[in-house]
Design a protein around this ligand. Structure first.
Ligand code: AMP
Length: 409
């Protein structure tokens, strides 16, 4: 990037082209007075209106207040804290004295996958901000990560607690200039025994009155409330309730099929007249990729939603699905949680999820807004054993039957 471009990196972008009509009861990103470099990233992602947690938390956090948010994956919490961090860093001049290895914002999360997901979201959302984000995770080459830290001034660090402590111990990273600290999935960090490490990290940052702290957790147990009280200063508290077990409007069918017969049954389901718009879930990214490829080869127009696909592409795919340009989506659980589309007629579980909560999330993609929906789950020799846990969560027995003959043809 040339110097002249760097001084106005967004000179070629016309903000007026990103227009979103005001809508009763909804907050637009336009209403939040965000920096144009950030608005450009939001526009590129195709986000139009704030999700509920964003609409509730951003007016406070953008003013610099601390916040604790009860929210699960799929609510848009990642963008909520990333927008806060980016806008804050862009709005405050860090002064001319910047040193390597002194990040202005630190985001910690319990797992490598989550850290990588946050970093990927940051890359897209912050694509036009000029801010530098570095990812530090265990199980990957330390030296390579150190080289990144030493290559140029680091603005944001996204890390798992253990690897961040390694960097601090070896004096390869210093947290005394941190302006914003984000603790994501605090309850999982607690469950995984990371709290002593997180405490050390928090202690290495400026005092809580001198930094902004955002803490997110899917649950607010007493332990979490106590930690939040220690780490945050006069926080606003936002709670987004998890979705209900929405089984009343979903006709749940479980088909006992051999795993090698699943594709045939799926194709017959998708070709039936009643499957107007369908989301097919599989457990792993590679399964989603393979399935998508097989469906496409079978002439089904379908899109893919998984962590392997950039968010911008996912937003486009989701829009195509909403607008009816494609009628089938193949998704992983994580990507599928962001799908809030009314009028999905069918959900197919190509394999049963290992976490029963995911089953509830999956089938909750249909039967929305008072409409009725159908969920079809394949139970095969390798995953039928997962059914009892799902039934326990639902509090009901699921009737397992052989697929009707027309689906076996
Ligand atoms: P998260 O809860 O952070 O895992 O986000 C769930 C999904 O929703 C992700 O795919 C986000 O990119 C997407 N998302 C977040 N905020 C918005 C928004 N305001 N509009 C549309 N999609 C969003």
């Amino acid at each position: 990037m040339s110097n002249s471009k760097k001084s106005s990196p967004n000179a070629d972008w016309d903000p007026t082209q990103f227009s979103v009509a005001p809508q009763e009861g909804k907050t637009r990103f336009h209403d939040l007075d965000l920096r144009p470099e950030l608005m450009r990233g939001i526009a590129a992602l195709g986000f139009e209106y704030c999700s509920p947690i964003q609409a509730q938390i951003l007016p406070h956090t953008l003013q610099g207040h601390d916040a604790i948010g009860k929210a699960q994956t799929g609510t848009g919490k990642t963008a909520a804290f990333l927008i806060t961090v980016f806008n804050d860093l862009l709005s405050h001049d860090p002064g001319s004295e910047r040193f390597l290895a002194e990040p202005r914002a630190v985001i910690i999360a319990p797992t490598r996958e989550l850290v990588m997901q946050i970093a990927a979201d940051a890359k897209e959302l912050g694509a036009y901000t000029g801010l530098n984000t570095v990812t530090l995770i265990g199980g990957a080459d330390y030296q390579k990560q150190l080289n990144k830290v030493n290559a140029k001034v680091t603005d944001i660090v996204v890390a798992t607690p253990g690897r961040l402590i390694d960097f601090m111990q070896r004096q390869d990273l210093f947290l005394d200039r941190v302006e914003t600290l984000v603790l994501d999935e605090a309850d999982r960090m607690l469950d995984m025994g990371f709290i002593p490490q997180v405490k050390r990290i928090v202690r290495a940052t400026p005092h809580k009155e001198d930094r902004q702290t955002l803490l997110f957790s899917a649950t607010f147990t007493q332990d979490i409330i106590n930690l939040a009280a220690q780490w945050t200063y006069e926080p606003v508290k936002i709670e987004i309730e998890p979705e209900r077990v929405a089984t009343a409007t979903v006709d749940q069918r479980v088909y006992l099929v051999a795993s090698h017969e699943r594709l045939k049954v799926l194709l017959n389901v998708l070709r039936s007249d009643e499957a107007v718009s369908t989301i097919v879930f599989a457990n792993r990214r590679d399964q989603v990729r393979n399935l998508h490829e097989k469906l496409r080869r079978a002439g089904i127009s379908c899109g893919i939603l998984s962590g392997e696909v950039t968010q911008a592409k996912r937003t486009k795919t989701l829009q195509d699905f909403k607008d009816g340009r494609i009628s089938v989506l193949v998704a992983t659980d994580v990507a599928g949680r962001g799908i809030h589309v009314d009028g999905v007629s069918h959900v197919v579980n190509y394999n049963l999820p290992e976490d029963p909560e995911d089953y509830v999330h999956r089938i909750g993609r249909t039967g929305r807004a008072g409409a009725s929906g159908v969920s079809i789950s394949f139970a095969s020799e390798d995953d039928a054993f997962l059914l009892p846990d799902i039934e326990a969560l639902l509090g009901e027995r699921l009737k397992c039957v052989s697929p009707p003959p027309e689906l076996m043809a």
